[in-house]
Design a protein around this ligand. Sequence first.
Ligand SMILES: Nc1ncnc2c1ncn2[C@@H]1O[C@H](COP(=O)(O)OP(=O)(O)OP(=O)(O)O)[C@@H](O)[C@H]1O
Length: 327
Amino acid sequence: MLSIISAKSVSKTFSQRVPQPGLVGALSNFIAPVTKPVHAVEQISFTIGAGEAVGYLGPNGAGKSTMIKMLTGILMPTSGEVSVLGRRPVEDRIANAREIGVVFGQRTQLWWDLPLAESFELHRRIYRVSDVAFRINRAELVEMMQLSSFIERPVRQLSLGQRMRAEIAMALMHEPKILFLDEPTIGLDVVAKDVVRKFLARTNRERGTTIILTTHDLQDIEEICPRLIMVDEGRLLFDGPLAELRVTFGARRRLTLEFDGEPGAVSLAGAELLGGEGAVREFLLADDGRSLIDLMGALTARAALRDVRLHEPGIEEVIRTHYQARG
Ligand SMILES: Nc1ncnc2c1ncn2[C@@H]1O[C@H](COP(=O)(O)OP(=O)(O)OP(=O)(O)O)[C@@H](O)[C@H]1O
């Protein structure tokens, strides 16, 4: 697969002011501010191929937006190298902009006081989209994103969900090869999230547009992105298919056994007893690939077994456990 985006040992350090308390502090904040370095992105490397859909996931402050800003030419890396479609995004910002689409969930790129249709028209002129291509794209995007009922309304009158659908449609009007989205579903209700997710998955599949999106929401990734890049505190934690995450983070299964009565000492080879009371016992299973049938074959207990429940941790739980463990 042709690689169209690469990050090689990319770091970005910001200098943040540390406010000093008191009157003297207030003065020094003004005259000689004290600063500290914030390592927003640290030594991150990856490559992304044409036509991929990649989710960039991480908690608040993990460095997601900073990475998107470096890929779209808004920020320059402190060190390392970013390449998008063979260019350095900051140095070739205009050429880069023509071939990418960008959607920032929290900031609009539409003209606030103009009807949506006018924003599209301005976008056509700025990006020099031919009349024919524009007409075809507009018709298709308006239909797919269900924009027709409010296309003549000023953007400021649109709901968040309507505006987000319009933002995404506009970002695709010039047929970019890559679409970058920073938190595209943030603040949307369930229905609007669903429309946006289905649309992005379809755009990736049918138009072959490469998609990189940042999110807190794992469902965005489950529905749109076969590949996940996970970051935390600026560093890369995981890069691979979502399904592999469980293996990488060593998520263990839990087994609940319910007996006919008080079972006394229960032993289950290779499993750790987590607790339980009365007729119920809960175990954490070892990650040794042993089947449930083998495990149950070696079960020793005083009472007969009534019920067995196996709990596979969901991806969400795997990630939450990981973040909690690191404090
Ligand atoms: N312009 C800036 N000046 C100083 N510090 C910054 C700047 N932009 C970001 N940071 C800091 O860099 C770190 C990473 O921020 P970033 O916005 O990339 O995180 P994020 O993963 O997108 O977070 P969120 O999910 O909250 O949007 C944070 O500690 C943030 O305070």
